[in-house]
Design a protein around this ligand. Structure first.
Ligand SMILES: C[S@@+](CC[C@H](N)C(=O)[O-])C[C@H]1O[C@@H](n2cnc3c(N)ncnc32)[C@H](O)[C@@H]1O
Length: 298
């Protein structure tokens, strides 16, 4: 199965350059606030998709087990360094389009600042749906193409693309902004029901960030995030969705499944071998590696 290309963060200093030294205290705190409002009080097993260096992982205190999944091995190494070795965390290098898990093994999932790298967003969301239990919670962040800045730029003819159309806008290679209507439609088609929606990072503007402290901007932000329920004009949108309840759903034993052929796998470090297709997946320094080399183009 050919899957869409992956936006490669291998070797990237994203966490330090973008967050730690990038002047984004306001955005980081605004996202923490949104997560707090959306997360359930407790849960069993959480899948953090596109976990990066684990910037958000400590914000999920209610979950007993957290699986950090990212395509980039070096991002996971940074996450492991940040979080330390603990049986609470599992680090998995894999492609979101080929999740290496059995169906319905997580009762929660988060995907923050990651959908915007998905060239086939519905396929990625379909994978998330597959591994969530019926009634499972999914917290999704997406980059909103219909934001105030894009609307103003379009109005004054400073930008060619329309912020009002449903198709994703690829503003840089493998970086997409989405229309809220499109994201809600994909979730609905997969059987998710959206329970809550928050607009986030309303004040992501250089001038405002220079004029006011992050603390002040976050205080203002906390007063208006809830309006996301009615309209979404901020650059970032967070939502909580739930998979359909299904009393008849059959729970299959096991946790890992081969990302290539979906055969159930036994967790046998230092390597896991698929009994069906024979692929071998290494487990080294606490990181499971389920990445599959893309097939060469013919
Ligand atoms: C912008 S970073 C966000 C990291 C983290 N969620 C945060 O908010 O700090 C996006 C992450 O998604 C990961 N990613 C992108 N495409 C992926 C894919 N197809 N499968 C798994 N991870 C992917 C990247 O490696 C990167 O770590």
């Amino acid at each position: 199965m050919q899957t869409p290309p992956v936006c490669n963060y291998e070797g990237s200093d994203y966490q330090s350059s973008f967050w730690d030294e990038g002047g984004r205290e306001y955005e980081d705190a605004a996202e923490a606030l949104a997560l707090k409002k959306l997360l359930p009080a407790s849960g069993r097993a959480l899948l953090e998709l596109g976990a990066g260096a684990g910037r958000n992982t400590l914000r999920y205190p209610g979950y007993s087990q957290i699986t950090l999944l990212d395509y980039s091995h070096t991002q996971l190494e940074q996450a492991r360094e940040r979080l330390g070795d603990s049986i609470r965390y599992r680090f998995v290098a894999a492609d979101i389009y080929r999740l290496p898990f059995m169906p319905q093994v997580f009762d929660g999932a988060t995907m923050i600042r990651t959908l915007h790298h998905m060239a086939d967003a519905p396929a990625a969301l379909g994978q998330v749906c597959r591994v969530l239990t019926p009634g499972g919670t999914f917290i999704l962040e997406f980059a909103n193409k219909r934001n105030l800045k894009a609307m103003a730029r379009y109005f004054f003819r400073r930008q060619k693309w329309s912020p009002y159309t449903a198709q994703p806008e690829e503003f840089a290679a493998l970086n997409f902004d989405f229309h809220p209507r499109a994201v809600l439609g994909w979730l609905r088609d997969l059987g998710f029901s959206v329970e809550k929606m928050l607009t986030v990072s309303h004040f992501r503007m250089g001038l405002l960030k220079r004029m006011f402290s992050p603390k002040f901007l976050v205080r203002l932000e906390s007063l208006i995030q809830w309006t996301g329920r009615y309209w979404q004009f901020s650059p970032s949108v967070f939502l909580r969705a739930r998979t359909k309840l299904d009393e008849t759903a059959e729970i299959l034993p096991g946790f890992f499944a081969c990302p290539a052929c979906r055969t159930p796998l036994h967790d046998t470090p230092p390597q896991i071998t698929c009994p069906t297709c024979g692929r071998v997946y290494p487990v080294a320094n606490g990181i499971y590696d389920f990445r599959i080399e893309p097939e060469p183009e013919s």
